[in-house]
Design a protein around this ligand. Structure first.
Ligand code: SF4
Length: 220
């Protein structure tokens, strides 16, 4: 029996089968990748393909003896679905596709995914990027998030959509893309240095105060 995370699997409710969810940065897929995932699901008799809330596609109901062959056939990396690390980055279409977008959330989300996806952290860390204040990427419940406004990026911290939900708080605003990415870097490093084991960003803020985080990471 495998554990969650072993060879990129997630144990299913029946305690006998597994799901795998390949890494799909910001949920963008090509027709080729969709065909490949569908082909693997058919070939290995998956029970379902499930679009997840983390903008991934889970292939559900696989047998343990097929897991290595499934990954070999996919030729993709597992999405970071479990464990204490940076999970998938959720990004909306932004100015790339959405008529309401005022900032390029998809391209910034891709850069964040490239930089942080799967990186070990004191606790689970979810990142999000929305291209306008409508916040379709649920940025108000992400640990660290960027929201596009006409003058630049607003940076939010401390959101959590779990059982004890917590809305994120504004750290600063009107940043250029470069400034926003640099600030996310500093927030991540501050979190790694200051959070207790398994403590989410919001819990850390509740313990030390938002001003302590702000003075540690925002340039004056
Ligand atoms: S947050 Fe704004 S830019 Fe992004 S999908 Fe929603 S409406 Fe479009």
């Amino acid at each position: 029996m495998l554990e969650d995370g072993d060879r990129g699997v997630i144990i299913q409710r029946d305690k006998q089968t597994y799901a795998v969810a390949p890494h799909l940065p910001c949920g963008v897929v090509s027709p080729e990748i969709l065909r490949k995932i569908a082909g693997v699901a058919e070939k290995f008799g998956a029970a379902a393909l499930k679009i997840t809330s983390a903008q991934r596609i889970a292939i559900v109901g696989l047998k343990e003896e097929d897991i290595d062959a499934v990954w070999a056939e996919l030729g993709m990396d597992p999405g970071a679905a479990v464990g204490l690390c940076v999970r998938s980055v959720k990004a909306c279409p932004g100015t790339t596709f959405c008529k309401r977008g005022v900032q390029d959330s998809l391209s910034v989300g891709m850069q964040l995914a490239d930089r942080y996806h799967g990186r070990a952290m004191p606790g689970k860390m979810k990142l999000g990027v929305s291209g306008c204040p409508n916040q379709c990427a649920e940025t108000c419940i992400k640990d660290v998030a960027l929201v596009g406004k006409p003058k630049g990026w607003t940076v939010l911290v401390g959101g959590n959509g779990g059982g004890r939900a917590r809305l994120s708080q504004k750290l600063t605003e009107d940043l250029s893309t470069e400034e926003a990415l640099e600030l996310v870097d500093r927030i991540v490093e501050f979190y790694r240095a200051n959070a207790k084991p398994r403590e989410r960003v919001g819990k850390m803020i509740d313990r030390i105060g938002l001003d302590a985080l702000r003075s540690g990471v925002v340039s004056q």
